[in-house]
Design a protein around this ligand. Structure first.
Ligand code: ZN
Ligand code: ZN
Length: 580
């Protein structure tokens, strides 16, 4: 390349395009491009690709309200209000509601028989070790084996007595009425990037609205009935209340902060977070113990509660978007590559049988320009008994006549040449010095001592170079040099001189020293006649019989000829210069 080094900086390369004039392909292209544009626009508006986004930062507080009355064995009717059923502690972003309870009353520090858990019984004091305990124990063993009930004996322990004996929660749940409790969720959010603040209790919600709103007919109401929450999570409250569980309350904020389409409202959804199949799951539900202490006659007593309940976890997530010119540019840039699909599809269509093979071949030839590597010298061969031109790879071993063609191409006539030649052939034109050398029978020292095997026309001469071993015919028959047109078009001196003069109008008249120029001109005449315009990047090969005939007519004084040397040729002008 000439553009090496610094010169390379002063160059710009761009793609060469092929424009196919076709109504079908044109309308297909615009339809596809229109479809792609539509798709891009829909995706942009749907996903708000023109916006920059920020994630939500939030805080949540809750307030549960409701009262329920239960009847407990040995205690009687007990009223539970928010303080009782909310459990002892409140976590961040969650609240707890007791739905079921096992109460063990009046526990005091003392000694009592251990509960026979997992069949752990004893017969004598030897079975019990003083000071022993494990993770199932309610206290520390004293070393005695005592009666638990009429049938069983268990080790005595120092513990809070009496020990809690019930293991399974009551069914139905004691506080199943918690279904009707309500919770007010207050959620403050902020989008730091846009400095935007909002609450789920919207500005237009007043006290009267909050007292009366219901989730059933207003999805924005921030007050929820617990039964509704559990139902929307796909669970049954009365079932879930027995062993407890965890429910997630999801608040999703998907905000559009553009001025024209501003919208920023919460969306609530609910789902169960723990495993729900209690008969298959080990340790199902949710429970914990707490106690209330009091002193009776100077002795400390406690009431132990094993509370089962539902923990509601409030999860807030979401994002806000606002128009950003940079995001829009980035999105547009990222979609440009989709238009390549049109080219790919149409190129593929042209290649398939959707088009006639002829049209497809034509498009393909115009679209793809084949360039040969320097090593691969493609020769162009024309036989007088064949219409088409053959393209043949040059071989160093096989004679050119025997090499198989790589492709066959139709002949393209050189219209200008044809016209000029026909004009010169008019009677009376350029007849002045028609000193064509006579075809005498003088034996030529170079002339064919014997006919080579590859020759079909009987007039070729032997050669030491395989690329020169070419006959004018594919099959046996008359030689092209025997045609009167060969004399007229290739050999006639007046014609060759006229052509030379045409190319160089001020050249002196041809004399003896110019036989080389006349010979080369004769080769050119032959190529124009037989090949027309040879296909690009190919080198026309002249049959041996013609070469010998031209040499015979315009011999070199010293009997030396350069022979066939195919060189890279761009045009017919360069074709015969200094060759053969
Ligand atoms: Zn021959
Ligand atoms: Zn021949």
């Amino acid at each position: 390349m000439p553009g090496c080094g610094v010169l390379g900086l002063c160059q710009y390369e761009t793609n060469k395009l092929v424009r196919i004039q076709s109504v079908r392909l044109g309308s297909l292209k615009w339809s596809l491009n229109g479809f792609i544009l539509l798709f891009i626009c829909i995706m942009m508006l749907w996903n708000r690709k023109y916006q920059e986004f920020d994630l939500v930062v939030s805080s949540v507080t809750t307030k549960v309200k409701g009262v329920a009355q239960t009847h407990m064995l040995g205690v009687g009717d007990v009223v539970w209000d928010a303080v009782d059923y909310s459990g002892p502690s409140q976590d961040r972003n969650s609240f707890f509601v007791v739905t079921n309870v096992i109460v063990t009353e009046k526990q005091k520090q003392g000694k009592c028989p251990e509960v026979p858990l997992k069949g752990r019984l004893c017969r004598t004091d030897k079975d019990c070790e003083k000071g022993d305990w494990d993770q199932w124990s309610h206290g520390i063993q004293t070393g005695s084996c005592v009666k638990f009930d009429v049938l069983k004996k268990t080790c005595e322990v120092s513990a809070w007595c009496p020990i809690e004996t019930k293991t399974n929660p009551p069914r139905p749940a004691l506080l199943a009425a918690a279904e009707n409790f309500t919770v007010l969720i207050k959620n403050n959010i902020r989008f730091p990037a846009f400095n935007f603040i909002r609450r789920n209790i919207l500005p237009q919600m007043n006290d009267a609205y909050l007292r009366s709103c219901q989730r059933g007919n207003d999805s924005l109401c921030p007050i929820f009935r617990l039964g509704d929450i559990v139902r929307e999570a796909g669970e049954k409250f009365s079932e879930m209340a027995v062993e407890g569980g965890v429910i997630g309350i999801q608040i999703k904020w998907d905000c559009n902060l553009d001025r024209l389409m501003q919208r920023c409202l919460p969306k609530y959804s609910f789902r169960r977070l723990d495993e729900k199949e209690s008969n298959k799951t080990l340790y199902p539900g949710l429970n914990f113990r707490y106690a209330k202490y009091n002193t009776v006659n100077g002795v400390e007593e406690r009431t132990l509660y094993k509370a089962f309940g539902i923990r509601f976890e409030v999860m807030v997530f979401g994002q806000a978007g606002r128009f950003s010119f940079i995001q829009l540019i980035i999105y547009i840039g990222s979609t440009l590559s989709y238009y390549a699909l049109t080219t790919m599809l149409i190129d593929w269509l042209i290649g398939t049988s959707c088009y006639s093979a002829e049209v497809g071949q034509n498009y393909f030839q115009r679209k793809v320009e084949s360039v040969q590597d320097k090593q691969k010298c493609i020769l162009c061969v024309s036989y007088v008994d064949e219409d088409n031109l053959r393209l043949v790879k040059r071989s160093q071993k096989k004679s050119l006549q025997d090499v198989k063609p790589t492709s066959v191409e139709p002949r393209t006539d050189d219209a200008g040449h044809l016209r000029a030649v026909l004009c010169l052939l008019q009677p009376g034109v350029g007849v002045g010095r028609d000193a064509q050398p006579p075809l005498d029978n003088k034996p030529d020292p170079n002339h064919k001592p014997r006919r080579p095997a590859w020759c079909k026309c009987e007039r070729c001469g032997p050669s030491s170079l395989p690329q020169e071993e070419l006959c004018c015919r594919r099959s046996g028959g008359a030689c092209i040099t025997s045609s009167p047109l060969f004399e007229q078009l290739v050999l006639r001196r007046s014609l060759l001189e006229a052509v030379l003069l045409y190319q160089d109008p001020l050249s002196p008249p041809a004399d003896q020293g110019q036989t080389a120029a006349l010979r080369h001109c004769a080769y050119r005449q032959y190529i124009s006649w037989r090949f027309g315009v040879p296909p690009n990047d190919t080198h026309p090969a002249i049959p041996s019989c013609c070469v010998w005939r031209v040499r015979e007519a315009y011999p070199s004084p010293d009997g030396q000829y350069s022979g066939f040397r195919p060189a890279r040729m761009a045009s017919m002008k360069a074709c015969a210069n200094g060759e053969l």
